[in-house]
Write a protein that binds this ligand. Structure first.
Ligand SMILES: *Cc1c(COP(=O)(O)O)cnc(C)c1O
Length: 222
C-alpha cells in the first residue's frame, strides 16, 4: 500500500470515529483531498487508492493538473476552495463541480452568466468571513442575508451551503459552531469546514465537507 493510500484509510477511520461520537452518519461527511502544490505522483496514488473528491485553490494550477485526468475519471469531483477572480470564471465553470468561495455580487453575476453560456449548473457555497478579518475573503456575517438572497434570486445560483476558514489565532470550534448555526437557520445542506489540524472539531459541529491537504499528501512543495 502506498503512503497516500494508508493516509486516506487512516482519515476514513478518524472520520468514522468522530461521526460516531457525534451520532452522525459518516456517509454525510466527504473528505476533500486538497491537492494544491502537491507532486503529480501523489495525486496519481490517491486516484489509484480510489479517492475521487479533491479541492484546489487556484484555477490555473487546477486546470493544468486535472483537465488531462478528467476524461479518465468520470466520477471525479473537483471543488474550488480558493478565491475566484472574475477573469478566471470561464475556466472555473469548465473545470469545477462546486465553487466553495462565492463571496461577492460581481462574482455571482459573472458565474451566473458563464453557467448560462456553458449550459451548466454548478452548486456554490458562500464563503463567510467568520473572523471578520480584513485580509480574508468571504462575506461578513452581517451581509450574509442580503448576499444570499441576491445570489439566489437575482443571479439564480444554486447555493448549497457555507464555507469558512477560521482565523489562525482563534479557537476554530467557535467559528465552526457559528457557521453551523447560520447553516441551520438557512436550512443549508452543506458546511465546508475543518482542515488537517481541526477537522475532528468540525465534524461534531456539522461539517459535510472537510478539506484535508497535508493529512493526505504530506507537506506541500514551496
Ligand atoms: C490549503 C487549504 C486547505 C488544506 O490545508 P491543510 O492544513 O493542508 O489540511 C484547506 N482549506 C483551504 C481553503 C486551503 O487553502
Amino acid at each position: 500500500m502506498t503512503q497516500i493510500a494508508h493516509n486516506l484509510e487512516t482519515l476514513d477511520l478518524q472520520i468514522a470515529k468522530a461521526a460516531k461520537h457525534s451520532k452522525r452518519d459518516p456517509d454525510t461527511i466527504q473528505l476533500l483531498a486538497v491537492s494544491k502544490k502537491q507532486p503529480h505522483n501523489k495525486i496519481l496514488a490517491a486516484l489509484s487508492a480510489g479517492h475521487r473528491h479533491y479541492g484546489e485553490n487556484r484555477v490555473q494550477e487546477a486546470a493544468e493538473r486535472w483537465s488531462p485526468l478528467k476524461p479518465e475519471y468520470p466520477d471525479l469531483e473537483l471543488h474550488l476552495i480558493g478565491p475566484l477572480q472574475t477573469n478566471k470564471v470561464k475556466d472555473a465553470v469548465t473545470l469545477f463541480d462546486c465553487i466553495q468561495t462565492l463571496d461577492r455580487e460581481k462574482l455571482a453575476n459573472a458565474l451566473s452568466h458563464e453557467m448560462e453560456k456553458q449550459h451548466k449548473t454548478i452548486p456554490c457555497l458562500i464563503q463567510v468571513n467568520t473572523g471578520e478579518e480584513d485580509q480574508k475573503s468571504g462575506v461578513l456575517p452581517k451581509h450574509l442575508d442580503q448576499f444570499y438572497i441576491s445570489a439566489k434570486e437575482k443571479y439564480g445560483l444554486t447555493i448549497q451551503g457555507l464555507m469558512c476558514i477560521p482565523p489562525a489565532n482563534s479557537p476554530p470550534a467557535i467559528h465552526f459552531a457559528f457557521l453551523h448555526k447560520l447553516a441551520r437557520d438557512y436550512g443549508f445542506k452543506h458546511l465546508s469546514m475543518g482542515m488537517t489540524g481541526d477537522f475532528d472539531k468540525a465534524i461534531p459541529l456539522g461539517a459535510t465537507y472537510i478539506r484535508v491537504g497535508t493529512g493526505v499528501f504530506g507537506a506541500r512543495e514551496v
